[in-house]
Design a protein around this ligand. Structure first.
Ligand code: AKG
Ligand code: FE2
Length: 331
């Protein structure tokens, strides 16, 4: 069975939002507006090292989220990444369907749309493309878009840059915990660390005040590094309020995910976030999830646990963590 794509639905021209997308009143953007005058931390990586360590550690403790600038990725590469992703979604529907995933059969990679698991569960206003990007030994290039032809080259170039930034961030995060720079990366599988690309595509929505692009969640990754197109929509949860994340050209949006929260024994927070959709414009975002290999055990770092600071999380493989999160089982 092929899923009904949100993009195809939107292109058909709708005046009203179909029922399965209408969120319950307490979740609707119209009833849960973002707080005024609060902005997320923005950290320039060109500052002295000890300043960057301190600012990153504070942002991880207070927000679990921050923007980085002066990261060294060329604006032209970010631009090309966005172009190839956008071109893929502009292909004829039939051509996109050749890449359809089948999450129910464990085929997570490819073109997808989230479907309801039961009648009450509302769906999100989003289509996406998901594939592994690193390590090269595990990547199946057959599930990457072959059109546009530049997709692979551009994405491989971006992958290299994100690997470099991941090394840098994990080092800063380790030092912020008072540990040696290499500790976090080594817990996350070192060179076996995996990078997953998810291109999120939110078509124009007839009643955006009633819908969500992605519902409130924390990422199960260690870190997520995201770039949006020029349509705002991401919100992060801070001190009992939603805070809208303003656009900042060429900045990278860094989310602390669940695995870093566990490793840091709760010192760094995995950020709750959601995305809104837009009436006129297509919103897109490119999220790279940085995750440990599935068989790696993740638990609070022994260096951070003692009689005064007991472990707040159980230790389990990343595969087990994923299974429990997907099935909404307690961790
Ligand atoms: O599109 C966004 O800004 C957020 C997407 C997101 O949270 C996700 O893909 O996990
Ligand atoms: Fe997310």
């Amino acid at each position: 069975m092929t899923a009904e794509r949100v993009q195809a639905l939107a292109l058909g021209g709708l005046n009203k939002l179909p029922a399965q997308f209408i969120r319950p009143a307490h979740e609707r953007p119209e009833n849960t507006v973002a707080v005024d005058g609060v902005t997320v931390p923005v950290i320039s990586l060109s500052q002295p090292h000890d300043v960057v360590v301190k600012e990153v550690a504070e942002a991880c403790q207070e927000w679990g989220f921050f923007l980085i600038t002066d990261h060294g990725i060329l604006p032209s590469l970010i631009q090309r990444l966005k172009e190839v992703g956008q071109e893929f979604f502009e292909l004829p529907q039939e051509e996109k369907e050749a890449y359809a995933n089948d999450a129910a059969c464990g085929k997570f990679e490819g073109y997808g749309t989230r479907m309801t698991k039961n009648l009450e569960e509302k769906v999100e206003w989003i289509d996406y493309y998901f594939h592994l990007m690193a390590p090269a030994s595990k990547v199946n290039y057959d599930v990457w878009p072959k059109n546009p032809p530049a997709y692979r080259g551009v994405t491989e170039e971006y992958n290299k840059e994100i690997l470099r930034i991941t090394d840098n961030l994990l080092q800063l995060l380790s030092e912020g915990l008072g540990l040696e720079g290499k500790v976090l990366k080594s817990c996350l599988g070192d060179e076996e660390l995996e990078l997953e690309m998810k291109i999120n595509m939110y078509p124009p929505c007839p009643q955006p005040e009633l819908a969500l692009g992605v519902e409130p969640h924390t990422d199960m990754s260690a870190l997520t590094i995201l770039v949006p197109n020029d349509v705002p929509g991401l919100q992060v949860w801070k001190d009992d309020n939603w805070v809208a994340v303003n656009l900042l050209e060429n900045a990278l949006f860094v989310h602390i995910g669940d695995q870093i929260e566990v490793l840091s024994n709760g010192k760094y927070k995995s950020v709750l976030h959601r995305s809104l959709v837009n009436k006129e414009c297509t919103r897109m975002s490119w999220a790279v999830f940085i995750v440990p290999p599935h068989e790696v055990n993740i638990g609070p770092l022994s260096e951070l646990v003692n009689d005064q600071n007991q472990a707040k999380y159980s230790t389990k493989t990343y595969a087990e963590y994923r299974h429990r999160k997907f099935n909404k089982l307690p961790q």
